[in-house]
Design a protein around this ligand. Structure first.
Ligand code: 6PG
Length: 478
């Protein structure tokens, strides 16, 4: 360590100099903040050193030096994989920290872990923020969406750093204080759930166009690029169009055709579904998206089943341009429904976990920097601005008008897909959710009757209060 470094007192510390951590450090450096990075892996520290020229940034693989270079009370950001690595870093840091220091976990941590860490650290006089950061490596470098949760005063300490480094939409930084405890990580988890849903829906439109219509990658590239110019405008549609034009350096073919059809996941989608089940909020499009990633892994079984259930691939017959338009409109409807499910989960979680989320603010900071940023978020944000306690986006007048205009397209596409035998369960379940949500009556009376029949679980009546039980077999022949 040079003399200059030992004398310097850096404003922020970063533990974990992988690509995300390093890029966030450089981003903070660009905005004039002094940052010291720490990683046990010398190659990561070296990578930071190489890229950090002309900024008030330095890196070290020595934890003593790291702590010595930080200005007290210290603020340390952790950006390491979720789970045990976070606990291990906290354990390593604790002996060096003093009361009043602040730890910021900026990874994709499970919100219940964040609550547990908050309790553990608060008891030791250390402040803790659980912060969701979205936007991938490029977002971290040039402006992510940042979702902070924890003690408000702790947020205020780092607010200037977050506001400077976050993405901007019309000059408005894509960061705001979201709520206490694990609010930030819960919001980020649901962001990812929506991300899973939208990715699955886009993948289904690709499948329909590929197997149902026989379109090639160039055509696909053009269609997604066209969709990105209209109401479907958004980051995930945009990158999808780019993906179809990318060539494989090895084979010269389109890279997309060389990629194995087995989808991986790191857990945030599954946690969203688990949390929704716990809170009894239906989010079937997101559940389905997780299930389809799971199903993709059963590649050998799929191969066997494809022989047993062989069916010649039917092709779409009809006006392709019309159907292309219909498909885009169906996708848009299903995307609205997916955001509605995610936001409904946030509304309930906010009450249950006392986050006091401002859903307008949540969707405002998703308009830039994050993976699910899309033109649609302007409407979603406006919906919560108009009605702060809106329980479901499907009840918003503007979005419901749009859904009314698009629902027939979704129906047509789902019917076509069923006939062609192209799997579109995300589109189907989105339509099913929509139809159930808009139903004044559901066949749940039969479920209740069945429950009472076999288990005397009782039922309620339309015409009287209370719980009723019937001996359903009384008087019947046995
Ligand atoms: C983001 C992404 C990011 C990460 C996903 C990938 O908002 O920047 O969501 O957090 O890329 O978590 O998740 P899976 O590996 O589970 O697809």
């Amino acid at each position: 360590m040079s003399n200059k470094q030992s004398q310097q007192r850096y404003a922020i510390g970063m533990v974990g100099l992988g690509v995300m951590g390093r890029n966030l450090v450089l981003n903070m450096g660009d905005h004039g903040f002094s940052v010291v990075g720490y990683d046990k892996e010398p190659s990561q520290v070296e990578a930071l050193r190489k890229e950090s020229a002309d900024r008030d940034i330095c890196g070290t693989e020595n934890i003593n030096d790291f702590i010595a270079m930080l200005r007290p009370p210290r603020a340390v950001i952790i950006l390491v994989p979720a789970g045990a690595p976070v606990d291990s870093v906290i354990k390593d840091l604790l002996p060096y920290l003093d009361k009043g220091d602040l730890i910021i976990d900026a990874g994709n941590s499970y919100f219940k872990d964040t609550d547990m860490r908050t309790r553990h650290l608060t008891a030791k006089g250390i402040q803790f923020l659980g912060v969701g950061v979205s936007g991938g490596a490029k977002g971290a470098r040039y402006g992510p969406s940042i979702m902070p949760g924890g003690p408000k005063d702790a947020y205020e300490r780092v607010r200037p750093v977050f506001e400077a480094t976050a993405a901007k939409v019309n000059g408005d930084p894509c960061v705001t204080y979201l709520g206490s405890g694990s609010a930030g990580h819960f919001v980020k988890m649901v962001h990812n759930g929506i991300e899973y849903g939208v990715m699955q829906l886009i993948a289904e439109t690709y499948d329909l166009m590929k197997r149902g219509w026989g379109l090639n990658d160039d055509e696909m590239h053009e269609i997604y690029a066209l969709w990105d110019k209209g109401e479907l405008n958004g980051y995930l549609v945009e990158i999808t169009s780019h993906i179809f034009s990318k060539q494989d350096e090895k084979t010269g073919k389109r890279l997309i055709s060389e990629i194995l059809d087995v989808a991986k996941q790191k857990g945030t989608g599954m946690w969203t579904s688990q949390s929704a089940m716990e809170l009894q909020v239906p989010i079937p499009t997101i559940d389905l998206a997780v299930a389809m990633r799971d199903l993709s892994v059963f590649a050998t079984e799929r191969e066997l089943a494809s022989v047993i259930y062989q069916r010649s691939q039917r092709r779409f017959v009809g006006n392709r341009n019309l159907f292309q338009e219909q498909l885009g409109r169906a996708l848009f409807a299903a995307i609205i429904i997916t955001y509605a499910q995610g936001m409904a989960l946030l509304a309930v979680a906010s009450e249950k976990y006392q986050y006091r989320l401002d859903l307008e603010a949540v969707t405002r900071i998703w308009r830039g920097g994050c993976i699910i940023r899309a033109a649609l978020l302007e409407d979603i944000c406006a919906a919560f601005r108009a009605k702060h306690n809106l329980p479901n986006l499907l009840l918003d007048p503007n979005l419901s008008r749009k859904l009314m205009e698009h629902q027939e397209d979704l129906r047509q596409v789902v019917c076509q897909a069923a006939e062609l035998g192209v799997p579109t369960p995300g589109l189907m379940v989105s339509l099913g959710y929509f139809d159930a949500y808009r139903s004044i009556w559901l066949p749940a009376n039969l479920i209740q009757a069945q429950r009472d029949y076999f288990g005397a679980h009782t039922y309620e009546r339309n015409d009287a209060k209370g719980a009723f039980h019937t001996d359903w077999e009384k008087g019947e022949e046995t």
